[in-house]
Write a protein that binds this ligand. Structure first.
Ligand SMILES: CC(C)(COP(=O)(O)OP(=O)(O)OC[C@H]1O[C@@H](n2cnc3c(N)ncnc32)[C@H](O)[C@@H]1OP(=O)(O)O)[C@@H](O)C(=O)NCCC(=O)NCCS
Length: 250
């Protein structure tokens, strides 16, 4: 299935997240000024201060909307006001809810690119999501050599030229989603694991060096947020169902 906007449904008013579900929300970040101001008010002083450090208004507004929508989505599951949520950060910057905010079970991760954001939410399992705006000029041999494993580079080279950009972004978002799920940033060497990348092949973490069993602990899922974007979800474990929602909820 590709680029089917109808997969991103408006959620029901009463929305539950079952233990065996992963929800992914899609949000557009270009909003009217009043909506941006509303979301700004739900941010904590440190987030407002971070917003103030952006040089360009568009980047500042995208940060405010991305963070405000994150709070609104999590507040919806936890039935608390968005402004009441507290985040903590891993040593590598991955945000999570504090224990008293519901962080013991509710996990999330987000990614934003070119005016769009994706939010992944699950219970008691780690998750990571990566979204990229597809740019053919980025999908170069040099970039692949810098970031991909030897096996991935060989797989990419073996593909016909007309699918190389798609395969490149499959690889990029799959690697990044896994790195984000692990939450260890680039201390997790990108050459130490392999993902699938050929268009039409299922998204998988093929192998992990060091601990070979690690690959079997994770599942990857390709997401189709819209034309011109590539995205991947990485989830701890295998027995889960995906549901995709469109923000703003109606
Ligand atoms: C910061 C990083 C998480 C991703 O950055 P990115 O792709 O530019 O940004 P994304 O939009 O996908 O994700 C940013 C969000 O991830 C979250 N995040 C930040 N640090 C994180 C971490 N260590 N792990 C997981 N999530 C993290 C935050 O919510 C952040 O949003 P915010 O800044 O609005 O709070 C990090 O993995 C990184 O630097 N990656 C680069 C790795 C690389 O070079 N990859 C090459 C291709 S394989």
């Amino acid at each position: 299935m590709r680029h089917l906007d109808h997969l991103w449904l408006y959620p029901p008013e009463s929305l539950a997240l079952a233990d065996d579900e992963v929800h992914v929300w899609r949000a557009f970040l270009d909003l009217a000024t009043e909506q941006v101001e509303d979301l700004y008010r739900s941010l904590t002083p440190d987030e407002q201060e971070r917003a103030g450090r952006f040089r360009f208004q568009r980047d500042r507004e995208h940060f405010i909307v991305a963070r405000g929508v994150l709070r609104a989505i999590l507040g919806r599951y936890l039935k608390v006001e968005p402004g009441q949520l507290h985040f903590r950060y891993s040593p590598y910057g991955k945000p999570a809810l504090t224990g008293e905010s519901g962080g013991e079970t509710l996990r999330f991760n987000l990614s934003h690119s070119y005016g769009l954001a994706l939010y992944a939410v699950a219970r008691s399992r780690e998750i990571g999501v990566d979204l990229e705006h597809i740019r053919a000029d980025l999908a170069s041999e040099r970039m692949a050599e810098q970031f991909f494993s030897a096996r991935e580079i060989a797989a990419l080279r073996a593909l016909p030229a007309n699918v190389q950009t798609e395969a490149f972004f499959n690889c990029w978002t799959r690697k990044e989603a896994y790195v984000k799920a692990r939450g260890k940033g680039l201390s997790l060497p990108l050459h130490q694991f392999d993902v699938s990348l050929a268009p039409g092949e299922p998204a998988t973490l093929v192998s992990t060096r060091g601990d070979p069993l690690e690959a079997s602990r994770w599942s990857l899922q390709a997401l189709y947020p819209g034309p011109g974007y590539a995205a991947t979800l990485a989830v701890e474990g295998h027995s889960w169902r995906l549901r995709c929602w469109q923000w703003p909820a109606q």
